[in-house]
Design a protein around this ligand. Structure first.
Ligand SMILES: [Zn+2]
Length: 368
């Protein structure tokens, strides 16, 4: 089952990419795809900013209109948002079992944060989240709501008359809490929970167990990354690292957060992970072939000459290239993980002694 993520024109493709990356790092039957398709503002008149502030609803609203409030922009009706999903579905020949979610900054007529209809078309409102927390990207609550809407659709919790018995109108930290306030969505994100009544419903609706596993993994991952970003992660270790089939460096304790290094830096880092006892600078060139193999796998398009040049330079003890790269890698790790956690991942060692990464070999999982 595919989940297609699309955007309205004002929502940046970089952010679409961030949300997509966050959701696709867990394997399972849900496959996430993104498409930066640019909707034509002439075809969809309501996407034109020039209409501001005199926007009238062309479609009848799903329910009553929200009054226009200058400052938050004119609201769109749900039909207008869903019409973009329907258009996308037709144009790209999307399977009717797949979901299409529109990520948008535009306010909708009922001011809902997200909604998915029976045709599996949905919208997620991506603006204003930063009012309710600091230092974290809006991608966490937005990704959470994608998962929430998929699950709710599969659980069939909406009835013709509106929300059914499985929607909780009081906040209990379950994925099916009906949230009036964005803070309540943040609560769900922090609990990453599904209550026991909702679990019974999941079993009754015979939702695939591997899909539920994937949903739980994603929720747990979003929770861990969100708390880490907020700086309230109290994990003291032990930490582990996974090098996956695509040479990504992932940290499971931080919700599979990816440590991002340039390919040459990654190559060196992976080599040191493979030799937990460490490698002396003068012995580094003994590993030239191994380094070249890893680097080649990571960059299949590079020529042999380019690969040889980069690796030979890196391992030459007198060139200073290694120590430069070592300090650049450590700096990048600190920037991405913060002072405290980065200590577990840094390359340590002085000249003449072995350089190593202090992660235990039991906690290093190399999958290629
Ligand atoms: Zn529940």
């Amino acid at each position: 089952m595919k989940i297609h993520l699309i955007r309205s024109p004002e929502y940046e493709s970089e952010n679409l990419n961030e949300v997509h990356q966050l959701l696709s790092s867990y394997n399972g039957p849900l496959e996430f795809e993104m498409n930066g398709y640019e909707f034509d503002k002439d075809e969809f008149y309501f996407l034109q900013y020039a209409l501001y502030p005199f926007h009238n609803f062309k479609f009848k609203s799903w329910s009553k209109k929200t009054n226009f409030i200058k400052g938050i922009g004119y609201p769109l009706s749900w039909e207008e948002l869903f019409s973009l999903c329907s258009y996308f579905r037709k144009k790209f020949n999307i399977n009717k079992n797949d979901f299409v979610f529109l990520l948008t900054y535009r306010v909708n007529s009922l001011n809902w944060f997200s909604h998915c209809n029976e045709e599996r078309n949905g919208f997620i409102h991506a603006a204003d989240w930063d009012k309710y927390y600091v230092q974290a990207h809006h991608k966490y609550p937005v990704a959470y709501q994608v998962i929430e809407n998929v699950l709710q659709n599969l659980m069939k919790i909406e009835t013709i008359d509106g929300p059914g018995e499985f929607v909780h109108f009081y906040s209990m930290g379950c994925i099916n809490d009906f949230c009036l306030d964005k803070r309540q969505v943040i609560l769900k994100l922090r609990t990453a929970d599904i209550c026991s009544d909702c679990f019974k419903r999941i079993l009754k609706m015979k939702i695939r167990p591997d899909l539920i596993d994937q949903v739980l993994q994603i929720l747990e991952g979003l929770r861990a990354q969100f708390l880490f970003k907020k700086g309230i992660n109290r994990i003291a270790g032990p930490f582990s690292i996974v090098i996956d089939e695509n040479f990504k460096l992932l940290i499971p304790q931080l919700g599979n957060k990816e440590l991002i290094l340039e390919p040459l830096f990654s190559t060196l880092y992976i080599l040191l992970l493979k030799y937990p006892e460490g490698i002396r600078l003068k012995d580094l060139s003994d590993h030239n072939n191994e380094l070249k193999n890893i680097y080649k796998k990571m960059n299949p398009n590079l020529s042999k000459t380019q690969i040889d040049k980069s690796i030979d330079e890196l391992t030459k003890p007198i060139s200073g290239s290694f120590s430069q790269k070592k300090s650049k890698i450590n700096k990048k790790i600190t920037t991405q993980l913060g002072e405290t956690i980065s200590r577990h991942f840094q390359i340590t060692g002085k000249r003449g002694e072995p350089f190593r990464i202090s992660l235990s070999p039991d906690n290093t999982d190399i999958r290629f």
